[in-house]
Design a protein around this ligand. Structure first.
Ligand code: NAD
Ligand code: GLY
Length: 358
């Protein structure tokens, strides 16, 4: 088992990464304060891992709320389903809520944990690759509003993140590849070891080799933790984690979250960010070629393969909630590292979008 710490001033915690951690009774129970535990999961993940988790929680009264699968359920209905359950069953602040699932369950239950009695004990047990390398770490929790994704939320840190890499065995291929998209992002954020591991082990990665995956997950969490430790509430540097995301969010919005999985949209978005960086003479064409090839090898899209209108795309980019004005916040890649930029050259962005429409 590998361990990493996220040294936040008020709420430091440990990220554990290893195989069969769902069977680690002492570890899991040690993070369950109070006498009751509420496990929040969904109808895909619960049949696979709920019993395993329950049998590792000794001397606790176990409760569950099982949500229907899907992003559409990161909703106020599910949120109040959890809150109502906590109220009706007299949960206390020091009782524990465990998120068992992907990013949807993590974000939803994290927000419920943040809200119930102003914050209850919260443990993340992420089961998708995307959740293991990104969403379970760093304390961003949210539900969606009909007007936009993640519009209602809070920064609320878990007491620990426990990543059982065995759970990846049951993840559908497309979801697995989507998670790889976020791992590539960390390579561009300066984790050269990730780039090396990805480039030299394509077949093993496609075969879900556990040893390689554990290294990739460790390095990804380490990179994310190092950025979050410096800027927990995204006042500055944490925005770097949104590399490719302004383009990706626009793509997801225009396709109503039905065509691309998040990591797939991020893959195309990263290439668009690279193209913008190249046009500003910050990187060579070779970098774009290398990453295009890498995404292709990882079964991730490298072009926009649906009909999109460039003006609508630009509009969706300004509606990105991370933008503070009418400019477009993008992350550029340079040989010296990544840069946060408020881009005002609409024509330049339009030509990048055009380049990526296949
Ligand atoms: P998800 O939670 O919908 O999981 C993807 C699919 O895989 C679902 O069908 C899920 O049921 C299934 N699944 C999960 N684990 C499984 C397993 N071990 N075996 C079989 N099936 C499994 O989506 P996701 O990609 O994990 O996360 C996306 C969500 O995360 C979005 O809502 C996004 O906004 C959010 N997110 C949050 C942050 C953050 O910092 N909080 C960062 C990135 C993304
Ligand atoms: N996924 C971006 C962040 O956590 O800040």
């Amino acid at each position: 088992m590998r361990q990493l710490s996220l040294p936040l001033k008020d709420s430091p915690y440990t990220i554990y990464i290893g195989s069969s951690l769902l069977a680690e009774q002492v570890l899991l129970t040690s993070y369950c304060e109070g006498e009751k535990v509420l496990i929040v999961s969904n109808d895909i993940v619960a049949p696979l891992y709920y019993d395993k988790l329950v049998s590792s929680l000794t001397n606790k009264k176990i409760h569950s709320v099982i949500i229907k699968d899907g992003e559409v359920n990161k909703s106020r209905t599910s949120f109040f389903q959890i809150i109502d359950y906590l109220v009706e069953n007299n949960f206390r602040r020091n009782d524990t809520l465990i998120a068992l699932g992907g990013g949807v369950i993590g974000d939803l239950s994290g927000f419920a944990a943040a809200s119930y009695q102003r914050g209850m004990n919260f443990l993340q047990v992420p089961t998708s690759l995307l959740a293991q390398v990104d969403s379970s770490v760093g304390g961003k929790t949210a539900i969606n509003h009909v007007m936009g994704k993640n519009l209602i939320g809070a920064f609320y840190q878990p007491v620990a993140v426990i990543i059982d890499t065995n759970s990846l065995e049951t993840l559908p291929d497309r979801e697995y590849f989507s998670g790889l998209g976020e791992i590539v992002k960390y390579a561009l954020l300066g984790e050269n070891k990730i780039h090396e591991l990805l480039s030299n082990n394509i077949q093993k990665i496609l075969d879900r080799d556990e040893a390689i995956l554990q290294q990739l997950i460790y390095l990804s969490c380490q990179k994310k933790a190092s950025i979050v430790a410096k800027d927990e509430k995204e006042k500055g540097e944490r925005a770097l984690l949104n590399l490719g995301h302004t383009f990706a969010h626009a793509l997801e919005t225009l396709t109503r979250y039905r065509h691309y999985l998040h990591g797939e949209a991020v893959s195309v978005g990263i290439l668009m960010a690279l193209s913008l960086s190249y046009r500003k003479h910050l990187i060579d064409q070779q970098v774009i070629d290398d990453y295009t090839r890498l995404f292709e090898q990882l079964n991730l899209p490298t072009k926009i393969d649906v009909k999109v209108d460039i003006e609508e795309f630009l509009l969706a980019m300004t509606k990105d909630k991370k933008n503070q004005s009418d400019s477009y916040r993008v992350i550029l890649v340079s040989q010296q590292g990544c840069i946060i930029q408020e881009e005002t050259d609409k024509a330049l962005l339009a030509s990048v979008i055009k380049e990526y429409i296949s």
